[in-house]
Design a binder for this molecule. Structure first.
Ligand code: URA
Length: 459
């Protein structure tokens, strides 16, 4: 064993000090047992310290994937992940602070719309967002398509921007939830991302560490989401809201549709432009509907009135132009060029465009949103690995979406890239993701359910 190097020696050290062995924990979970609080905290601590090697943690993740975790295990592991690094203290920011987290999607640019709306209604948004990986996009990458925009502010700058403008969105800073960073990267390569307890731990670990007073969860479901089935999304929402409430945070979740990409734009600057259109009172109907539902629920959790009153306030924030002003103020405060907010034609365009045509007459009956996200990534809008460089202008504009009638040869999408050779594989992927049928499908609601304090309302 020693011949295999340092990890084993370190593991042995960990074993001697604590009399716990990762092998025994893996075996216990594999056999369907429940891990104790001591075992979970030890495991997370030793993994962050690089004492437990990735191959043992991979086996544990797979055992959890198949065996699940009890509510007690899930909440202890969430707490251990939250406390694995710095816990943010947002008390230098005055007033109620409300957070939102989406479990990920394609064309999901809601943060860029709702953070300014909520701030325009007087509720602070001090938000840490992620970058895209795989088929899903990330808010931080989208924001960085605005020239000059900084998403790496230090704590004091972050607090200052929120206090001055009402909102600030930055990347997850320094040493926050290092356990989630390691676990997420490992899950990404061991086919263990789409596990309800592991997603709950990952999302809520980050949310508890981020220090907000209230949390709204956007649990996406459908072909572009990790939760493909609505029932699983509801189950995940119930677990996450219970963890938030137990930690003393007002928490609710909306289950939103991600069977079709949200809006028409996929890709970083394309999505920023579309978000600005919504803040100007236009934009795609589905994006606006989901954003208003999320913004009004955030305001509701922040104590701004009933859901109906909050919906009115959110709409007024758009109509009055105040939400757009908030976005411009935040962009400027974070070093970005705010002229882009008022004139989106300034965004650099991709040098090449390729159209995709319908292969048959009929109605689009299905769009595999995950494949469409991958097609956008293949054009340069996303990352294949964490080190890949993003092309801010690359991506896809959908011309037809699920439910739309199409004629053979009609343009259904436009691809944008800075290299012509990227088009063919992306086009093939896109075409394979579209199903055209003879009959139109009945329209599905965009917000499928709402979960708060264990109560599930299905719409
Ligand atoms: N988003 C997260 O932050 N973590 C997950 O595990 C899945 C989606």
């Amino acid at each position: 064993m020693r011949q295999m190097g340092g990890a084993f020696e370190d593991l042995e050290k960990g074993r001697c000090e604590r009399t716990l062995r990762m092998y025994d924990l893996i075996e216990k979970k594999r056999n369907g047992g429940e891990l104790s609080e001591e075992e979970i905290r030890w495991m997370i601590g030793q993994y962050v310290e690089n004492v437990i090697p990735d191959y043992q943690m991979s086996a544990m993740l797979m055992a959890i994937y198949f065996r699940g975790m009890t509510d007690r295990e899930t909440s202890v592991m969430t707490d251990a992940v939250a406390h694995s690094g710095d816990m943010v203290d947002l008390s230098p920011i005055q007033g109620v602070k409300v957070d939102k987290h989406s479990t990920g999607g394609v064309g999901d640019k809601t943060t860029l719309v709702i953070a300014p709306i909520v701030a325009a209604c007087g509720v602070k948004v001090a938000k840490m967002s992620g970058r895209g990986l795989g088929h899903t996009g990330g808010t931080v990458d989208k924001m960085e398509s605005i020239p000059g925009m900084r998403t790496d502010l230090d704590r004091e700058e972050f607090f200052d921007v929120v206090n001055r403008t009402g909102l600030c969105v930055i990347g997850q800073s320094g040493n926050m939830t290092p356990a989630d960073k390691k676990l997420y990267a490992l899950r990404d390569v061991t086919a263990t991302v789409d596990s309800i307890p592991l997603i709950a731990v990952s999302v809520m670990g980050k949310k508890l560490a981020a220090g907000n007073d209230a949390i709204l969860l956007d649990v996406t479901t459908g072909s572009g989401a990790f939760m493909k089935k609505k029932e699983d999304a509801i189950e995940l929402a119930k677990k996450m809201t219970a963890i938030g409430e137990a930690a003393g945070k007002r928490t609710a979740a909306l289950i939103t549709d991600m069977d079709t990409p949200l809006g028409f734009a996929i890709g970083n600057s394309l999505e920023v432009k579309e978000s600005i259109e919504v803040l100007r009172g236009g934009g795609p109907g589905d994006l606006k509907t989901v954003c208003l539902a999320l913004a009004s629920n955030m305001l509701y959790l922040a104590g701004q009135g009933s859901l109906e009153e909050c919906d009115k306030k959110a709409r007024q924030a758009i109509e009055s132009g105040e939400a757009l002003e908030r976005l411009a103020a935040m962009v400027e405060a974070q070093g970005g060029d705010k002229r882009y907010v008022y004139d989106t034609s300034l965004f650099e365009k991709a040098p090449f465009c390729r159209q995709i045509e319908a292969q048959a007459d009929g109605y689009i009956s299905h769009m595999d949103a995950e494949s469409i996200g991958i097609a956008s990534s293949m054009l340069g809008a996303g990352r294949e690995t964490v080190d890949s460089v993003i092309d801010p202008a690359a991506g896809i504009i959908l011309k037809k979406k699920t439910g739309d009638a199409v004629k053979k040869g009609e343009v259904i999408a436009e691809l944008y890239a800075s290299k012509q050779e990227l088009f063919e594989p992306a086009k093939k992927r896109y075409q394979e993701a579209i199903v055209i049928a003879d009959k139109a499908l009945a329209e599905q609601p965009l917000v499928l359910a709402r979960v708060e304090k264990g109560k599930v309302e299905v719409f």
